[in-house]
Design a protein around this ligand. Structure first.
Ligand code: NAD
Length: 365
């Protein structure tokens, strides 16, 4: 591996969210000498319980705060001598962006700009004012494939040169933040990279998102809502494979570049729902004691979870298909997802069955 960049002191924004928390665990496991400072506003999507196992790790610090607070970010960069920002913090749920887009503009656009301003000031401007070279630094921005818009069934997948065409307030706010990151590199020389990733799944995923929603609704014997005809196509990636991809971009990615990270794993939503139903039925059949732990899971215990599937009115402007061409990450960085979908989805089902303490408190009755 040709290591060009070696992050050692990382600010992880949104580290109490789904992907951020998985990234923190991945990083501290692999690089136990590194220092990780999490900055998180603990919105409904942030959960310190996702970081419980690292709370006592002396290499880890949690800061409850907002990325829009530029002076707080500056202070953190200075106080901890941080050399890297890995920026996950965002409003991330498309449905919420349709009913309340303001928070998406605030965090995803203004918040990203606030981080860029703080990074520029501390890493570039302050040393320059003292007649010094810029500090060693890297700003990695975590974005989404949704910035590219939607695909027809036979269109080629999105590559890094696909024109941006966001369709929801969420994807538009992410697209705006991607452009700001790019502009701070071209205009000021800030050393940035961006990754655009497909749909993630795995542990610590908030139960409003499709896969954990299906698992937890089956356990509660509630309807499994499927938008429209359920034929929307998404490319699914196990969250640890995303963390691995970000690691490669951080260490070996070229400054100023975007990298697509995908799972080569396209599924219709309805087929994912049916697969999760089948796995839940099989798991309950293998372990009849599970019904004692989850007495509401009557359909799973009867091998009939799919009977809970309920078609609901489609989301307005719902993108039909996303698919990622990850050739650039593969050829430049040697990136390949490690987890197969079969193993990743089974791990995910097992994780939710074993971690009901984590998700039960997040579900409204
Ligand atoms: P999430 O909603 O689970 O977590 C977001 C985190 O950001 C939460 O902990 C929340 O408290 C925090 N946060 C929100 N506003 C904040 C603010 N103003 N200041 C500080 N913290 C704030 O999101 P996720 O699914 O983990 O996604 C992380 C990133 O990855 C996002 O940028 C998202 O756009 C991107 N992404 C997600 C997916 C996916 O499938 N989940 C796919 C591609 C890209």
């Amino acid at each position: 591996m040709n290591l060009e960049n070696t992050p050692a002191k990382l600010l992880v924004t949104g580290g109490a969210g789904f992907i951020g928390a998985n990234f923190v665990h991945y990083w501290l496991n692999k690089y136990p000498e590194d220092q990780v400072v999490v900055l998180d506003a603990l919105t409904y999507a942030g959960n310190r319980a996702s970081l419980a196992s690292v709370e006592d790790n002396p290499q880890y610090t949690f800061v409850h705060g907002d990325i829009c607070d530029t002076s707080l970010v500056e202070q953190l960069l200075l106080d901890h001598g941080l050399d890297t920002i890995v920026h996950f913090a965002a409003e991330s749920h498309v449905d919420r962006s349709i009913t309340g887009p303001d928070a998406f503009i605030e965090t995803n656009v203004i918040g990203t700009h606030s981080l860029l301003k703080a990074a520029k000031k501390v890493w570039l401007d302050m040393p320059k004012a003292d007649g010094l070279e810029p500090l060693k630094h890297r700003f990695h921005h975590v974005s989404t494939d949704e910035v590219y818009g939607t695909l027809e069934p036979n269109d080629p997948p999105f590559s890094e040169t696909t024109a941006y065409a966001p369709n929801s307030p969420y994807s538009a706010s992410k697209a705006a933040s991607d452009h700001l990151v790019r502009a701070y590199h071209h205009t000021y020389g800030l050393e940035v990279t961006t990754s655009n990733c497909s749909n993630n799944y795995g542990p610590y995923h908030f139960p409003e998102k499709l896969i954990p929603l299906i698992i937890t609704n089956i356990l509660n014997d509630k309807p499994l809502p499927v938008y429209g005809d359920g034929k929307q196509v998404r490319d699914w990636l196990y969250v640890e494979d995303h963390a691995r991809g970000i690691e490669l971009v951080l260490r070996e990615g070229r400054i100023g570049e975007n990298y697509n990270i995908g799972g080569h794993n396209e599924w219709h939503n309805i087929d994912i729902v049916r697969l999760v139903c089948q796995l839940m039925d099989e798991t309950f059949a293998r372990d009849p004691a599970l019904i004692k732990k989850y007495p509401s899971a009557l359909q799973a215990a009867a091998g009939n979870s799919a009977s809970l599937i309920t078609y609901v009115t489609d989301r307005p402007g719902h993108d039909r298909r996303y698919a990622i061409d990850a050739q650039k990450s593969r050829s430049e960085l040697g990136y390949e997802p490690v987890e197969s979908f079969e193993s990743g989805i089974q791990k995910t089902v097992t994780w939710y069955l074993q971690n009901d303490d984590w998700w039960k408190v997040l579900i409204k009755n």
